[in-house]
Design a protein around this ligand. Structure first.
Ligand SMILES: Cc1cc2nc3c(=O)[nH]c(=O)nc-3n(C[C@H](O)[C@H](O)[C@H](O)COP(=O)(O)OP(=O)(O)OC[C@H]3O[C@@H](n4cnc5c(N)ncnc54)[C@H](O)[C@@H]3O)c2cc1C
Length: 378
């Protein structure tokens, strides 16, 4: 069991909480430092692919997460703004993803940890050797996990040569409909020129939607983000207008997309990066959170037992770099194509999608999802 080794996880997002659960299973004593005063994200959804569910199983919370998800065939159900189908989801044949409200995922992860593990209102300002300094104190640790998101302070300090996360020329608006306000609606992705509209059904008669659109510059707040989305999609097919009417205007979130150029290493000394801090990626493959949860399992599996910690961290680094780099690059490529407003690439994309057999599209998704969870032992 525990050999008394202590880990400090910086950031209480999906990756940080998953890492805390995994490290505790591996016998570590863990403290999570989170800068916000409350944990959890509200107001938007997420999809988890089979690889993330397998990782959550390895953390012992897979069944509980499944119980708050709804199957969605959105990514296999592709349409154009006038409503025509480019590709159709085949129930029973195609693998759905598991869609859920982010708040539900946070709740499951948080409830798998004793309350004293997470310290809120604890913004980390830097690391000095084995000491983590935060507003309010400092903690000594054998292992420091940087799970502090795309604009990670730990990455900036430890990887000063890494460029700032580039803007992907994409702004995303997201919302969740009021419960019971639309009736059942299937998941879908509607692809326009330089934009898309995603719908995932959620548990509790709700829908999660997202509009992604080309932006030359990072966006500025608008008096009504809801009005911006309605205007941009006003002549798009049903049920998009209905979905927007069913969303509270003050609950629409806006987010600029930044990703990272692949880092040459995720480990320096006793600091290990994971999730968006390590490999923030465009959301186009729906893999950012999935990869953060995989990282958590791989890190916990690597550092379990009483073996040499430096060798264990080198093992984590070696296992995660090739897989996450590949997915990061693929997500960037897909985002760049989707955000192109030029007529020719759009015509070509829709033409090719119409011709692509669903089985081929499924095969390429399965290649991304293919991952075997290592066992976590203490
Ligand atoms: C529009 C959009 C849609 C997406 N859809 C999907 C999807 O469907 N499926 C999927 O798998 N992924 C999706 N993603 C990606 C996914 O949201 C992220 O990859 C995932 O949330 C990353 O988790 P994380 O824990 O690494 O980082 P974060 O969620 O960013 O968490 C970082 C945490 O660290 C805290 N923090 C930051 N700095 C400090 C500090 N100095 N001290 C203490 N705490 C700090 C923050 O407050 C935060 O709580 C999407 C992303 C976007 C933008």
């Amino acid at each position: 069991m525990s050999d008394g080794r202590k880990a400090v996880v910086v950031g209480g997002g999906i990756g940080g909480l998953a890492a805390a659960i995994g490290l505790r299973l591996a016998g570590w004593s863990v403290t999570v430092l989170e800068r916000e005063k409350a944990l959890g994200e509200v107001g938007s959804g997420l999809s988890l692919a089979p690889n993330a569910l397998e990782a959550l199983d390895a953390l012992g919370v897979g069944e509980r997460v499944r119980s708050v998800t709804h199957p969605s065939g959105a990514t296999a159900n592709l349409r154009t703004p006038d409503g025509r189908y480019l590709m159709r989801y085949r129930p029973g044949k195609d693998t759905p993803v598991a869609a859920l409200h982010r708040a539900d995922l946070h709740e499951v992860l948080q409830s798998a940890l004793p309350p004293e593990v997470v310290r809120l209102d604890a913004e980390v300002v830097g690391v000095n050797g084995a000491e983590v300094h935060y507003k309010g104190g400092s903690l000594a640790a054998d292992l420091i996990v940087g799970a502090d998101g795309v604009h990670s302070a730990l990455r900036r300090q430890g990887w000063p040569e890494a460029p700032e996360p580039p803007f992907r020329h994409c702004t995303v608006w997201r919302g969740v409909t009021e419960p019971g306000s639309t009736g059942p609606i299937e998941g879908s992705v509607t692809i326009g020129r330089g934009c898309y509209f995603l719908i995932h059904p959620l548990r509790g008669d709700r829908l999660y939607w997202a509009l992604g659109a080309r932006a030359e510059e990072p966006s500025r707040p608008s008096p009504s983000e809801h009005a911006v989305v309605r205007e941009r999609t006003e002549d798009w097919h049903d049920p998009i207008p209905k979905v927007l009417v069913a969303t509270r205007p003050d609950h629409v979130l806006r987010h600029d997309i930044h990703d990272l150029d692949p880092l040459p290493a995720y480990v320096k000394g006793r600091v290990a990066l994971l999730g968006d801090a390590a490999h923030a990626m465009a959301p186009d493959l729906g893999q950012g959170a999935c990869q953060a949860i995989e990282d958590a399992v791989e890190l916990a599996a690597a550092v379990g037992g009483a073996g040499d910690l430096d060798a264990a961290l080198a093992g984590y680094n070696a296992r995660r770099l090739p897989r996450t780099h590949k997915i990061q690059r693929e997500a960037r490529r897909k985002c760049d194509i989707t955000m192109s407003t030029a007529g020719m690439p759009y015509a070509l994309t829709t033409f090719l999608l119409r011709l692509t057999p669903q089985s081929l599209a499924q095969r390429s998704a399965r290649r991304v999802w293919a991952w075997d969870a290592p066992e976590i032992t203490s």
